[in-house]
Design a binder for this molecule. Structure first.
Ligand code: ADP
Ligand code: MG
Length: 162
């Protein structure tokens, strides 16, 4: 089962992200998929802002990971676009991060899904017809997220498409 939402501007994507953020708890994992410019970082900015992160959230493309500790939950923002070997994930301490009480958001996370927890929320961003249109497909994987699918659907009702 997956949910489909549609946004028509970057702020709408951030609002969707804020709704998702209201539903996350310690140890949750979000895998963001979609082409460059599709809105993965924008989503993470809205998500982090809603968690209470005050610091500007920037793309961790070159650093692989950035950590924000001033919100309701610690946000670990990872971007695996430039990952060359899976062992680089060990270098950033992925095992410890997964074991922590923070929430992990991984851009291009679909590429390393086999190395990620079985329970996760996958969000796939695709371009829509107009320049600022984006389609978001949210897929609850594992019991942890399936249990929240109904809440997610309700929270995102303003943006849902059939
Ligand atoms: P990614 O991290 O997927 O490469 P970014 O979030 O960095 O993408 O960039 C998305 C770009 O698209 C930003 O410049 C943003 O302003 C723009 N944009 C336009 N419409 C939307 C939308 N509906 N949702 C998200 N971003 C949008
Ligand atoms: Mg990005």
């Amino acid at each position: 089962m997956s949910l489909r939402a549609r946004t028509d501007c970057v702020d709408a994507t951030k609002e969707v992200a804020a709704e998702v953020a209201a539903l996350v708890g310690p140890g949750d994992v979000l895998l963001l998929a979609g082409d460059l410019g599709a809105g993965k970082t924008a989503f993470t900015q809205g998500f982090g802002g809603a968690l209470g992160v005050e610091e500007q959230i920037t793309s961790p493309t070159f650093t692989l990971a950035r950590h924000y500790e001033d919100g309701r939950l610690t946000l670990h923002h990872i971007d695996v676009y430039r990952l060359e070997r899976l062992s680089e994930m060990q270098d950033i301490g992925i095992a410890e991060l997964l074991d922590s009480d923070g929430v992990i958001v991984v851009e291009w996370g679909d590429l390393i899904a086999p190395a990620m927890p079985a329970d996760h929320l996958e969000i796939r961003f695709t371009y829509g017809d107009a320049d600022d249109d984006r389609d978001l497909e949210l897929r609850c994987v594992g019991s942890r997220w399936s249990a929240r699918e109904r809440s997610l659907r309700e929270a995102l009702s303003s943006w849902m498409v059939a």
